[in-house]
Design a protein around this ligand. Structure first.
Ligand SMILES: Cc1cc2nc3c(=O)[nH]c(=O)nc-3n(C[C@H](O)[C@H](O)[C@H](O)COP(=O)(O)O)c2cc1C
Length: 257
């Protein structure tokens, strides 16, 4: 075939497109299981990191043996027994109408639209079997995105161990400062509930005033990112509230966990 002919150009371009599309689609299909496995490992790594359980030189799989995954009925706070906690995917359940509860605007403080009927919780126990850490998945809307993360509490269900987000699209340097280790370092020791039982964690605009009694519930608001800060406050209060993990934490505190 004449290499300068129109037909040659069309045939060559078509063959090239075909070969490239086969390579790309084969790679996408072949890599999917690997991507899924990486996503699961990343989630486990985040759960371990929020309570500082990932030691250097240890694999995520090894370290995660210390963690007990359970599934909780979000309204009753009771453990769901007929669900495989290791494979349960709360994020995808939240977008399935059969597996989720739609939230009214008035009750949807975290601006998530709907929540999964069943929620994952991750537990770490002391040697005597008592609860050391309770790690709760939390999510809610910031300014540009839904932030997904984990809030870790001590076994009392009230003292914060840490807060860490693993997925969001807030602006780096503004809302993205939720990932700043210095900001995250303010969370340990904060108190989730006030004496009257209100979920009280909060980002304080302008910074925490250590002389105020509310300081024990607060960390500094993110500078130049009031909307993300309000979003984080709202999502924490939602997930610690009556529509979130409060029924579960109350059962834990009553020794029924
Ligand atoms: C490009 C751009 C990105 C921004 N990203 C964020 C953000 O991630 N989170 C946020 O709360 N505000 C962000 N803002 C600022 C908000 O628009 C708003 O001004 C701010 O939340 C008000 O907070 P302040 O009262 O602390 O200044 C961004 C603004 C611009 C121009």
């Amino acid at each position: 075939m004449n290499k300068d002919s129109t037909l040659y150009t069309i045939v060559a371009a078509t063959v090239l497109c075909l070969v490239c599309s086969i390579v790309v689609s084969t790679a996408a299909v072949k890599l999917r299981p690997l991507q899924e496995a990486n996503k699961i490992e990343d989630k486990k790594r985040n759960i371990l990191q929020v309570v500082g359980l990932l030691q250097e030189g240890q694999t995520v799989e090894e370290a995660f043996k210390q963690v007990e995954a359970r599934v909780v009925d979000i309204r009753s706070g009771e453990y769901a027994v007929d669900v495989d906690a290791a494979s349960y995917d709360q994020r995808s359940a939240a977008s399935d109408p059969a597996l989720s509860i739609a939230l009214d605007k008035s009750e949807d403080k975290a601006a998530i639209g709907a929540q999964a009927k069943l929620a994952s919780v991750y537990l770490v126990r002391n040697d005597d079997g008592s609860l050391k850490y309770i790690i709760l998945p939390v999510h809610g809307y910031g300014l540009w995105s839904t932030l997904y993360g984990f809030l870790a509490l001590e076994g009392d269900g009230n003292t914060v161990v840490g807060l860490s987000f693993y997925d969001h699209a807030e602006t780096p340097g503004l809302g993205g400062e939720v990932d700043n280790p210095r900001w995250k370092g303010q969370w340990p020791g904060k108190v989730a509930y006030s004496a009257d039982g209100t979920a009280s964690l909060e980002l304080a605009k302008g910074g925490v005033d250590p002389n105020k009694p509310s300081a024990k519930h607060q960390v500094d608001g993110l500078a130049g990112a009031t909307l993300t800060s309000v979003g984080v406050t709202n999502l924490l209060q939602f997930w610690l509230g009556d529509l979130g993990f409060r029924p579960y934490l109350q059962r834990i505190q009553a020794g029924q966990g």
